[in-house]
Design a protein around this ligand. Sequence first.
Ligand code: GLU
Length: 391
Amino acid sequence: MTENKINPPRVRIAPSPTGPFHWGTARTAVFNWLFARKHGGVFVVRIEDTDRERSEKRYETSIFEGLKWLGLDWDEGSLDPETLEEKTQGSFGPYRQSERTEIYKRYLEKLLTEEKAYYCYCTKEELEGERQGMMADGLAPKYSGHCRNLSAPPVGKEPQIIRFKTPEIKIEFKDVIRGSISFDTTLFGDFPIAKNTETPLFHFAVVVDDHLMEISHVIRGEDHIPNTPKQMLIGKALGFSEPLYAHLPLVLGQSREKLSKRYLSVSLTDYKNMGYLSEAVINFTSFLGWHPKENEEILTPEEIIKRFDLKRVQKGGAIFNEEKLLWLNAQHIHRLTPEDLEKKLRSFIVARGPMSIPSETFHRLVTLEQPRMITLNDFFEATDFFFSIEN
Ligand code: GLU
């Protein structure tokens, strides 16, 4: 199956609301959105809030606000892309995993009945003892399979977790970006898929959702490659057909080090408040792992959609260069018509509080400052003097 045969594609971003809308989520969102828009497909936003303790509503809000600011309009998701209000669910929803418990339960029960999954009664202490023992013997630790074939629940013990019966096979998939990738599943052991039938774990919920939401292409970060074979095994056991996978390169710092936490904890809407344009951020983000064939640098979202090609995404890490972001921001500001720039500045003015300035003066100041501006904030720094007089 090639990507062109699926028409129209259905893609998704599946952020966990455990932090604000940061660069990592934005990059995955941009690539999925570009792919969907390029091929007339559907872009789904699914909130993966199975981790109830770490998931917070304010982070979900940050994700949707960030997407809206960037203009990454979604076709399906729990909020309305225009109003950010709770949406009546469509045929594939709900799009919050916490609201889909009954759905996962059905599939978990199916696997348990078919003996493709089982309850594990081993306690944390027993598992830790087993792990230490394997390591002492020089073995890579994995679950021993102790509860795999129990004929009856052990007396006086409570079920701790539901495990998947991992078949020992070689599993292979053809990544759209990376080509063939294979894994030996003997290394996995019987991995957990749910705490109980009401509490699925990450891998299980992802597989059920991708199937029911008819996701054709799973486009996500390279860090998810090791999850793919486990998810494929679950999908096979449930009789689902496989989506195509495309794993995007890691985003690295300037010296190819892991991107610092700072970038993964700052919300992208902070960049909005610092005077960045959404089109510059889209331009910058789309270049985190992809470049157009021609050596073009400054492109509008529409131009990027036209040129975007998932198969041309690079395999090697993408370097995050904040100076480049500033440069692109300046270029996008300089390319705006003075009228458009004025519009953008006016929304900033609202955020800065009341300020009166005759339209004509404002227009003259904008024209004067535009070629020097790197961020929208520069305008106010350069012209504060005028504003203080007018105020
Ligand atoms: N919820 C996962 C994350 O936030 C994404 C899962 C996926 O894309 O398959 O990293």
